[in-house]
Design a protein around this ligand. Structure first.
Ligand code: GLN
Length: 539
């Protein structure tokens, strides 16, 4: 029978609940238990797909095409599992399901209410998300005390009661601020946060205390006394220079043992080798290289979470510290590409909307002309095609219809705009804005002898997508015989997936998002190759 670990957060947001959940889950996975992870998000959006990355960070995409919270990226990277549509549940999804059932007449005669209808639906989706795993980690988004979180907290309170003794555990991640002037660690916010939880019927079993340093036993005793949590169940979640140290930090404190005892399950032997090896590889990295990321959402690094992680992983795999320099694409102009001069490699990441596009096109040109390794991801690939069309094959007005609806040279366009390509129309759902993209894992065939083939060392790959626009197939012939080649084609519908520039040290654009599947242990073939080429690009 599945055991549930419910993780809530208190005092402030962004304490790292997702990473804490992922780190704990990883310790159980490394003991051979089947684990699952799920994030409950209290906002009303059906999914984060339509939210600005400025507000909520990156939208993470699963194999089955769910647009989800970025915490799912941590789950996949730390635990090495694949999340899916059931792994991220929002209040919007819950309410939408309940309202649909109400319209169908499923609740005929009753008044539909938060308790029991909403909470029942939450519990149903928690159990579905657990997918018969041994241990299901369920992270409740938001901060205890928020109005929005209440139905979720009520649902996990009920579930804990219904499951019975030793079947679930409540973990509360809280903040212990330090007052620098007096050098004092303050416990009051934690006391209040737990009080708030207890007032809605949840007594945490275990506290993870985020702070600048480890807690001594005296402090643990004090927190235990005021929160009614066992002294042995107050643990430190100390700040660390790499998130990948956290599983080992938790293991050193035997947090996993405490949970296993609580669940009254037989402990299995743990294999910490992968984390230990990674830790020493991270520590052993030498010399730094500089990569530039030409983005739009550069003020919030969470907007490019998976991308940053993938670059970091590739650095680890290549024994190098990779510094990512963020440049706002709007600051790059014809007369001002100086900032790109000192960079070992250039990344143009994914993005939406016309703002900053011309700067990205200039960066792609700079990389092509100056033989600087270039990695264009999704929008970054479309930028490569536009740049090349404008500057190398006389399509001076080339653009994407996303940025110029009536461009005379729509080298990038919606499939529905290609109009009768070879007599066929490929359908795309154009009714709603949310959920109308090419999403999730799709298969792509690589040309032999291409850079892509060299990187992956296989003919067929599967990568995740999240975009609306495609290379316009009506223009493919115009590129024939030029330096720009299409070396990856989707199995379904033969869409252009990868472009390369011949006779360039490393220039590749891909229509998919390889960053979503990069792992800290192995990296990702394209990122590893790009970073390697950037290291070789001596400046
Ligand atoms: N805006 C582009 C599209 O919709 C690229 C999207 C992306 O980079 N994820 O096709």
């Amino acid at each position: 029978m599945t055991r549930y670990v419910f993780i809530t957060g208190g005092v402030v947001s962004s304490l790292g609940k997702g990473i804490a959940a992922a780190s704990l889950a990883s310790l159980f996975k490394l003991r051979g238990y089947k684990v699952s992870l799920q994030k409950l998000d209290p906002y009303i959006n059906l999914d984060p797909g339509t939210m600005s990355p400025f507000q909520h960070g990156e939208v993470f995409v699963t194999d089955d095409g769910a647009e989800t919270d970025l915490d799912l990226g941590h789950y996949e990277r730390f635990v090495g599992i694949k999340t899916n549509q059931d792994s991220n549940v929002t209040a919007g999804r819950i309410y939408s399901n309940v309202i649909n059932k109400e319209r169908k007449g499923d609740y005929l005669g009753s008044t539909v209410q938060v308790i029991p209808h909403i909470t029942d639906e939450i519990k149903r989706l928690i159990i579905k998300g657990a997918n018969k795993s041994d241990i299901a980690f369920v992270e409740v988004g938001g901060t205890v005390g928020d109005i929005e979180s209440l139905p979720f907290l009520e649902a996990i309170r009920q579930l804990n009661l219904e499951l019975g003794e030793s079947k679930s555990i409540f973990i509360h991640l809280t903040l212990l601020p330090k007052i620098d002037v007096t050098n004092e660690i303050k416990t009051k916010p934690t006391q209040h946060s737990v009080k708030e939880l207890r007032s809605i019927g949840i007594q945490p079993d275990l506290l993870l205390c985020r702070g600048k340093s480890d807690l001594n036993q005296e402090l643990k005793n004090k927190i235990a006394l005021f929160t009614n949590v066992s002294k042995n169940a107050v643990f430190s979640a100390k700040d660390t220079d790499s998130i990948y140290n956290i599983p080992l930090n938790f293991r050193e404190q035997r947090i996993d043992d405490y949970i296993i005892n609580n669940f009254k399950i037989k402990p299995k032997k743990i294999n910490l080798k992968p984390w230990k090896e990674l830790q020493s590889k991270i520590k052993g990295r030498k010399k730094q290289i500089d990569i530039v990321m030409i983005g739009k959402y550069i003020d919030l690094v969470d907007s490019y979470k998976s991308l940053n992680e993938a670059v970091f992983h590739a650095g680890v795999c290549n024994d190098k510290i990779v510094k990512v320099n963020y440049i706002d694409s709007e600051t790059i102009t014809k007369g001002n590409t100086k900032c790109l001069n000192k960079m070992n490699g250039i990344i143009v990441p994914g993005g939406f909307g016309h703002r900053g596009i011309e700067g990205k096109i200039l960066a792609a040109e700079f990389a092509r002309v100056n033989n600087i390794p270039y990695f264009g991801i999704c929008l970054g690939m479309q930028i490569s095609v536009i740049e090349f069309a404008r500057n190398c094959i006389n399509l001076s007005k080339a653009n994407s219809t996303e940025f110029h609806k009536n461009t005379p040279n729509p080298v990038i366009a919606l499939v529905t705009e290609w109009k009768n390509y070879k007599g066929k129309k490929i359908k795309a759902d154009q009714v709603n804005y949310g959920g109308t993209m090419r999403l999730g894992a799709q298969t792509c065939n690589l040309s032999q002898n291409s850079l892509a083939f060299k990187m992956y060392n296989k003919k067929t790959i599967t990568e995740r997508h999240r975009h609306r626009y495609e290379v316009n197939k009506n223009y493919i012939n115009k590129f024939k015989g030029s330096e720009l080649i299409f070396t990856g084609i989707s199995k379904k519908d033969n869409l252009m997936e990868i472009v390369e520039i011949k006779n360039h040290p490393w220039y590749l654009g891909c229509q998919f998002h390889p960053e979503f599947t990069s792992s800290p242990v192995k990296g990702h073939p394209l990122f590893n190759g790009f970073i390697k080429a950037s290291i070789n690009n001596k400046i």
